[in-house]
Design a protein around this ligand. Structure first.
Ligand code: HPA
Length: 255
């Protein structure tokens, strides 16, 4: 599991067996964004063995995509076959309210880069099929888990931009036309790498704000507001994850 903004508190529910700071792990980049701790935790939640990447190194911080997605390759090398990616996102779909969650059905990569660019790793295919980037069975389990947790979750398409500036209202109108339901600055590189490695991927967004131009008169989009809303929703995020995680392990479904 990768914990983005709004999901960081989930580490408190984990029975931690081993804990590593990214700075002590060869090849791991250390992000600097508030609310991102930069720790790999290995343990269990409700009896489900779990490795948790708490904090990510974002593309907008200046890391190469290959660098910021390296931890995903490590998780795969550890034998992990199911990946849950979480993030904060701006809501584009008018049905989405601030504080709702979105379960990713698909993504649009407008980051202008791809983590697989470069030499093809031994034994891996660079021409990765993304027809079903997000696992359908995991998505359905996530939507069902949200119901049990009594949190509002929509299915939707995540558009990833490089940031770090937020979008203009014209860009958000364009993304809406393109079919996007929420916008953010992460997750997509990790999904692409995980799919190259054959992992099953689920993605969850916490809708922390109305995307630019959709929040009414006088609205501005601010990182502080995103972090604050994410913090306010962290107990909901915990409930949601608490229902979902027991459903994630590969043997808890037919997939
Ligand atoms: N835009 C991009 N990334 C985001 C947003 C947004 O409105 N909210 C949280 N992450």
């Amino acid at each position: 599991m990768v914990l983005g903004s709004g999901f960081g508190e989930a580490t408190s529910a984990l029975t931690v067996e081993r804990e590593f700071a990214y700075r002590d792990l060869p090849g791991f980049s250390v992000g600097t964004v508030n609310g991102h701790a930069g720790r790999l935790l290995i343990g269990a939640w409700k009896g489900v063995p779990l490795a948790v990447l708490s904090g990510r190194a974002h593309y907008y911080e200046g890391f190469e995509m290959a660098e910021s997605t390296f931890p995903i390759r490590v998780l795969s090398a550890l034998g992990i076959d199911t990946l849950l990616l979480t993030n904060a996102a701006g809501g584009i779909n008018p049905r989405f309210k601030v504080g709702d969650f979105m379960v990713l059905t698909d993504h649009i990569n407008l980051m202008g880069a791809n983590p697989l660019r470069g030499p093809e790793p031994d034994g891996l295919n660079r021409f990765v099929d993304l027809t079903q980037a997000y696992d359908v069975s995991l998505r359905d389990r996530a939507l069902a888990a949200a119901k049990r947790a009594k949190v509002k979750a929509h299915a939707g398409v995540y558009v990833a931009v490089s940031g770090p500036s937020f979008e203009t209202p014209a860009e958000i109108r364009a993304f809406s036309t393109l079919g996007a339901d929420a916008v953010g600055m992460s997750t997509v590189p990790e999904t692409i790498v995980a799919r190259q490695l054959g992992m099953r991927v689920a993605g969850l967004s916490c809708i922390t704000n109305a995307a630019a131009g959709l929040g009414g008169k006088g609205q501005v989009v601010s990182h502080l507001d995103v972090m604050e809303l994410a913090r306010q929703r962290s107990s909901h995020a915990m409930r949601f994850l608490g229902e979902l995680i027991p459903e994630l392990s590969s043997d808890s479904g037919e997939a």
